[in-house]
Design a protein around this ligand. Structure first.
Ligand code: 9UX
Length: 70
């Protein structure tokens, strides 16, 4: 599954690198990249191993906010 979702709170390239790193390290995530200009995260993940809520919790722990579809 691939998803592109907005992330709030990133103001510099270091922020976006942090988000990429913490998401990439999750079990079940194969790829994560952040576009700082559009403030969006694109993530490739295995739904059987990790949920969007897990991704949002991880982003939150790093100090940013992942906006989930509702
Ligand atoms: Mo520096 Mo980006 O504290 O927040 S990592 S602006």
């Amino acid at each position: 599954m691939e998803k592109t979702l907005p992330v709030e709170g990133m103001t510099c390239a270091s922020c976006s690198q942090t988000v990429e790193k913490v998401i990439s390290q999750l079990d079940g995530v194969s790829e994560a990249s952040v576009n700082l200009a559009t403030e969006k995260l694109t993530v490739h993940y295995n739904e059987a191993k990790v949920t969007l809520e897990d991704l949002a919790d991880t982003v939150k722990d790093a100090g940013y906010e992942l906006k989930l579809p509702r």
